[in-house]
Design a binder for this molecule. Structure first.
Ligand SMILES: NC(=O)C1=CN([C@@H]2O[C@H](COP(=O)(O)OP(=O)(O)OC[C@H]3O[C@@H](n4cnc5c(N)ncnc54)[C@H](OP(=O)(O)O)[C@@H]3O)[C@@H](O)[C@H]2O)C=CC1
Ligand SMILES: O=C1OC[C@@H](O)[C@H](O)[C@H]1O
Length: 409
């Protein structure tokens, strides 16, 4: 697909608007979704938002929004530390909830929320952690290219340049369950767990880069961690919300375009790579070793652009161990829609739009595509996040007071 510079600029603009409004824009193209009401702590802010996006009803408080009998579903995009409290309130009011990632601030909250009796009652509401990338066909195509049992190592990396978020952004407040592992890190960690189709058996190392003083030093502005998985494979993730100048050259450009024209994984675009265990054989007295690696670039925003490369290297050695031949090949794939019969979609649908389709399907009791984030999966993700913070000698994020009062009821 050849693209003009203008198309790229338009897409980048659209991507930024998607990021700021992950639901409003996708909702416009879904015939069954009406963004009917909005609430904010400051009603004037809610009114201004409603005017900008043509939302008919403005509620004065979050509680009023949840109590509105005309509303079926709540989208919860509050800071991570408030996810538990407001999601549970909405579920108890019988509303379905599309809950921003990470599902909660810690594993204790996740266990309580996703195993809450309100979710096992007849006609229980639907809850979904909004890990949008997992709803795009590109992610599923990537996963279909290997058997998790064969993975030797895998890597998931994402970074955003420093300055995009202010140091007092919700992402960097411990009491709001901030920290990069809970933000960009939810993508790279869940991707790694998805690639291995299992939880790690151990967290082997976790290295944070903490927010510098005078900011909240309980928050990581970047996190790197390595894990061992049950098949013996190793996985590494990294996430950086304050990626800096290239250390060697001191230039932003070289950080952005490192490895140009084939970006090497420095986090932009967010990239997942998998190396499979080598296969050995003998043909015509030559020892043959074949190794395959599969790379998905831009796994978080594949609708803007992505590439899936399957790289195979075959080395032929003579009996004395000398390399007599080396063959390298690359096959590439892309997936903007589902293969026939696997789900609805259009090639222009964003990850958020695919996710909305899946969410509405569940709410309506329809079978949708295979993509979903189950409650137990959200719990496992939060458990791995907590273990990673523990390994990094950092405090697990505080548990909501609402959970404490819940358990005394
Ligand atoms: N899926 C995606 O692509 C994205 C997901 N997210 C997720 O959405 C959530 C919110 O992130 P983001 O939109 O960037 O955050 P913002 O700071 O932009 O928005 C958070 C909102 O929460 C409300 N709020 C309520 N209580 C507080 C409080 N004590 N402090 C600050 N805000 C409060 C505010 O709304 P008000 O004052 O109007 O009531 C505020 O506008 C996070 O969980 C994040 O991970 C964020 C961006 C993209
Ligand atoms: O998609 C995203 O990219 C930037 C992050 O900070 C944000 O929270 C996230 O969801």
């Amino acid at each position: 697909m050849t693209r003009t510079a203008m198309e790229w600029i338009n897409d980048i603009g659209a991507w930024i608007e998607w990021l700021a409004n992950p639901l409003i824009i996708p909702a416009r193209s879904h015939a069954e979704v009406i963004v009917a009401a909005v609430a904010a702590r400051d009603v004037k802010k809610a009114q201004a938002y409603a005017k900008k996006y043509n939302i008919p009803i403005v509620h004065k408080t979050y509680d009023d929004l949840i109590a509105d009998p005309a509303i079926d579903c709540i989208y919860n995009p509050l800071p991570n530390g408030l996810h538990y409290e407001w999601t549970l309130k909405a579920l108890k009011a019988g509303k379905h909830v599309l809950l921003e990632k990470p599902a909660t601030g810690n594993a204790e909250e996740a266990r309580d929320l996703f195993r809450h009796p309100v979710l096992t009652s007849p006609n229980a509401p639907v809850i979904l952690e909004a890990r949008h990338y997992q709803f795009h066909p590109a992610w599923h195509t990537f996963l279909s290219l290997f058997d998790p049992a064969d993975i030797e190592s895998a890597n998931a990396i994402a970074a955003l340049p420093g300055g995009l978020f202010a140091p007092d952004d919700i992402r960097f407040h411990y009491h709001l369950a901030g920290g990069t592992l809970l933000d960009l890190g939810t993508y790279t960690l869940s991707a790694l767990r998805g690639i291995f189709a299992s939880d790690p058996s151990s967290v082997d190392a976790a290295t944070p880069r903490l927010m510098p003083p005078p900011h909240d030093e309980k928050c990581d502005e970047a996190m790197r961690a390595t894990y061992t998985f049950p098949n013996g494979g190793t996985g590494s993730m990294s996430a950086d919300l304050n990626a800096r100048l290239d250390k060697k050259s001191g230039s932003w450009m070289s950080w952005f375009f490192h490895g140009w024209p084939n970006f090497t994984p420095r986090g932009m675009p967010p990239t997942c790579s998998v190396t499979l265990r080598a296969k050995n054989g003998i043909v015509d007295d030559l020892a043959i070793r074949t190794q395959t690696s599969i790379v998905l670039r831009n796994f978080m925003g594949p609708h803007v652009w992505h590439s899936i490369d399957i790289n195979t290297t075959t080395v032929y050695r003579s009996q004395d161990g000398k390399i007599v031949r080396e063959e390298k090949s690359t096959e590439s794939e892309k997936a903007y829609t589902w293969p026939d019969g696997k789900g609805r979609g259009e090639d222009w649908w964003s990850t958020y739009r695919y996710m909305l389709e899946g969410f509405v399907d569940r709410v309506k009791g329809r079978e949708g595509s295979e993509a979903w984030v189950a409650g137990e999966e959200s719990i496992s993700q939060m458990e791995t996040i907590d273990k990673t913070y523990e390994k990094a000698n950092m405090a697990i994020r505080p548990t909501s007071k609402a959970l404490r009062s819940e358990s005394t009821q």
